[in-house]
Ligand binder design. Structure first.
Ligand code: NAD
Length: 392
């Protein structure tokens, strides 16, 4: 494929993803992150209000993993809150994989499935590590694509979960999801059940995964069972007292949380109430993050200490997770000859290169990449970039 750009449409991605272990890919990404062998350059967030309605945004998320082989690329993930009302998925996007030597893009692929898959893989990995031996019931709030991917991966990878209660505020949506998945879950694994309310599902569950679009916290501390694990995928569902009083609190990247101005844990961090991993609990009214997910899976921070503890995971979502899953999908597609080749990169240069006329002074579009190079970079063995990710 040298010199060619491979294109994988959503169907190609699903086909190639069949032979990729996404849980293993995110395990590797999170472990390399904890070992300082990952780089997450500044993210760009662009939001706008379309005349046709809804709130639209585009996030560009570059990431590099200095693994064997290295995986480098960018995810562009867009969304409009009004899309589902017109029958379109809320989120869509692209992932571009780069050649580590030439920096040339080598593969462009549809991002939605990978984004949902890696997010579910992070939740499953954290849950496998944190749930109690007796955990048997899960609850998922929200019944969109993220919920679908979580149901499938929990049923496949956490055999002890016998039932998943699904709740959505839009009537019929949870039922539609349960019906769609009924024949697709492995036999003898988790059974799906529509829940009458968020509270009724959460009060029974040993494992809660939030997959909603709410900005209004509704999960109260008193709803959660002793020993439960709550994975706060949609980031704003858990009330502050859940985050403050959980026995264990894990994040994927503390810098993302600390810089975040929009989500609850970011607010608590900026207010000095939630402190970085490793900080000894200080004054009353504050708490420390127990560790990152990478530290947890490497045994570098405390895991669950008793079956009675409430463990909360706040996964902000890292570009390196997308890039590693996407890189494995790219390799699988090459092996199985899936996808189409886009010819323009392989054509010989017919004309002299046009002069760059638009670059007057500092080009903000290239600033993060330039910072990464200036910092040495992980692949050359130099110091890692110190640039701090900025998100949402
Ligand atoms: N943390 C991460 O890494 C990560 C990655 C990808 C997506 N996400 C987030 O996951 C969420 C779900 O994504 P999606 O693509 O499935 O979204 P979606 O819009 O397709 O589906 C969300 C569903 O949640 C329902 N909902 C909204 N408020 C609810 C509430 N209070 N209780 C129950 N249901 C409610 C909606 O009716 C909708 O059916 C989004 O917030 C997205 O930003 C997080």
């Amino acid at each position: 494929m040298s010199g060619e750009l491979l294109y994988l449409d959503p169907h190609d991605v699903m086909l190639a993803a069949d032979e990729v272990d996404a849980v293993d890919a995110v395990r590797e990404a999170l472990a390399l992150h904890a070992l300082g062998k990952a780089e997450i350059a500044s993210e760009a967030y662009l939001g706008w209000s379309p005349g046709s309605g809804g709130a639209a945004r585009s996030i560009s998320m570059p990431g590099l993993l200095a693994g064997e082989p290295p995986a480098i690329g960018v995810k562009i993930i867009n969304a409009n809150t009004a899309n589902p009302a017109s029958g379109l998925p809320r989120a869509s996007g692209l992932i571009v994989i780069f050649d580590p030597d030439t920096a040339r893009p080598v593969c462009v692929m549809a991002a939605s499935h990978i984004s949902a898959l890696r997010t579910a893989a992070v939740s499953v990995l954290a849950s496998q590590t944190l749930i109690t031996p007796g955990a048997a019931t899960a609850a998922i709030t929200g019944a969109g694509p993220l919920a679908r991917e979580h149901c499938l991966l929990i049923a496949e990878r956490i055999p002890q979960i016998a039932e998943i209660g699904v709740f959505d505020t839009i009537p019929g949506r949870a039922g539609d999801l349960c019906q769609e998945l009924a024949g697709r879950l492995p036999p003898g694994r988790a059974r799906l059940k529509v829940a009458a309310s968020a509270r009724s599902a959460i009060e029974r569950c040993d494992l809660l995964i939030t997959c909603t679009t709410t900005r209004q916290a509704y999960v109260e501390r008193g709803w959660l069972k002793q020993g439960a694990v709550a994975v706060n995928v949609s980031l704003d569902d858990l009330c502050a007292d859940v985050l403050m009083s959980a026995d264990r609190l894990y994040v994927d990247d503390w810098g993302l949380i600390a810089d975040d101005e929009h989500r609850l844990l970011g607010h608590l961090a900026r207010a000095g109430r939630v402190l970085p991993p490793g900080t000894p609990d200080a004054s009353p009214g504050t708490r420390a993050v127990t560790g990152t997910l990478g530290q947890l899976i490497l045994g570098q921070c405390q895991g669950r200490q008793s079956d009675a503890e409430l463990c909360v995971v706040n996964p902000f979502g890292l570009a390196i997770e997308d890039v590693n899953v996407a890189h494995r999908i790219y390799q699988a597609a090459l092996r199985r000859q899936i996808g189409g080749s886009l010819p323009f990169l392989s054509r010989p240069q017919m004309r002299p290169r046009p002069t760059r006329r638009w670059n007057h002074g500092h080009d903000r579009r290239t600033a993060p990449a330039a910072q990464g190079r200036a910092a040495g970079g992980l692949l050359s063995g130099g110091p890692a970039a110190a640039g701090r990710p900025v998100r949402r």
